[in-house]
Design a protein. Structure first.
Length: 360
């Protein structure tokens, strides 16, 4: 029996992973953790045990020590953390978690992918197409995007499409941000599990809806195949010698050009798209699963309940395409977390969203 530690379990990404592993591996036991006390009695049914841990926001070192002790006491074989805020800290302290977290790369490798300025330098060295980076706020030419160098999930991102936007955002700009040209196009991605710079499993997806709709997180996706994405992903992963999970974000323009936008070297939000369509990112860690997926049906995946807010916002902008696509494929849509299949897990998502001071 393999024992797996996953958290924070109120995150939909963690629930998706727990459900997949319980369904496709008969020899795993899931130990789930979180630091929101409300989750203690309201959490996904796809775990065998729940543990409350100290909040990393209040006492990061106590949080890390508690996880280390948890791994030792319960003889955990595999540690799968999902929160993006703490991922770098987990990697910095990876030796604390022993073999359970040995599959992940080192912090320098992580930073070359995660930090947007370091990534831009890497892409320049590899001669990979990417958005133009501006030296200063005043020299930037609209449309452009202001991004924090070390945040993920579209947090803190500001869009400047005209001089009015420039004036509105100027007071909030600081040296911890990077300014890049805005690339108009469709969001696509290539997600991988790699080891020592070699991609072992990979899968492509296209964004069908976002929230916020101006360029937020993916809430509705479909499968997408483009050899250029895999080739660029292979170059980047090979150059950094990265080990572990990563999702590379691209923009596909109307001129059929592909730009690398950013890289998330961690568990990503759209992981369910690959999992539901036959890409087992966990095979290198757990071996071949006991069940096989029917690959004759291609599923589209969505994040509920945010998908509905997104569709309303698209309608307000008179963009009917996402809603039409969602309704036309109603039988081939699969929720990341379903309120019918996993009501307590679904409730934990809402509790998490309503507790911004507790969860990021």
């Amino acid at each position: 029996m393999k024992k797996i530690l996953i958290g924070e379990i109120s995150s939909y990404k963690a629930i998706v992973i727990a459900k997949y592993l319980k369904k496709y591996y008969s020899d795993v036991a899931i130990c789930a953790y979180d630091y929101n006390k409300r989750i203690t009695s309201v959490h996904t049914r796809y775990c065998d045990e729940f543990v409350l841990v100290p909040s990393p926001k209040i006492d990061p070192q106590s949080h890390l020590r508690h996880l280390r002790q948890l791994i030792e006491d319960k003889t955990i074989n595999l540690f799968i953390p999902v929160p993006s805020d703490m991922y770098g800290e987990y990697i910095k302290n990876k030796k604390m978690f022993g073999e359970a977290f040995a599959y992940i790369g080192n912090y320098d490798q992580f930073e070359r992918l995660h930090d947007k300025e370091k990534l831009e330098k890497l892409l320049a060295e590899l001669n990979i197409k990417r958005p133009r980076t501006f030296d200063s706020y005043d020299s930037a030419e609209p449309p452009f995007v202001i991004k924090p160098t070390n945040l993920s999930s579209a947090r803190g991102v500001k869009y400047v499409f005209n001089e009015k936007d420039r004036n509105a955002h100027k007071a909030h700009y600081n040296s911890e941000q990077i300014i890049q040209e805005y690339v108009k196009g469709v969001g696509v991605g290539y997600s991988v599990f790699a080891r020592n710079g070699k991609i072992l499993n990979g899968y492509g997806h296209v964004r069908l809806a976002e929230q916020p709709i101006t360029g937020g997180s993916s809430v509705y996706r479909d499968s997408y195949y483009d050899t250029r994405m895999r080739e660029m992903a292979a170059q980047i992963v090979r150059a950094t010698k990265w080990s572990g999970f990563a999702m590379l974000e691209f923009k596909l323009t109307d001129e059929d050009e592909i730009y690398v936008i950013e890289v998330n070297p961690r568990i990503w939000g759209s992981i369910n798209q690959g999992l539901q369509n036959g890409c087992n990112y966990f095979a290198p860690l757990l071996g071949t699963s006991s069940l096989t997926i029917n690959e004759t049906v291609q599923w589209k995946t969505y994040l509920s309940p945010l998908i509905y807010l997104s569709l309303i916002n698209y309608l307000a902008k008179r963009d009917l395409r996402p809603l039409k696509t969602f309704l036309r494929n109603i039988r081939r849509n699969r929720a990341d977390v379903s309120c019918l299949d996993d009501p307590r897990g679904f409730a934990s998502l809402i509790i998490r969203k309503m507790s911004p001071g507790i969860h990021a």
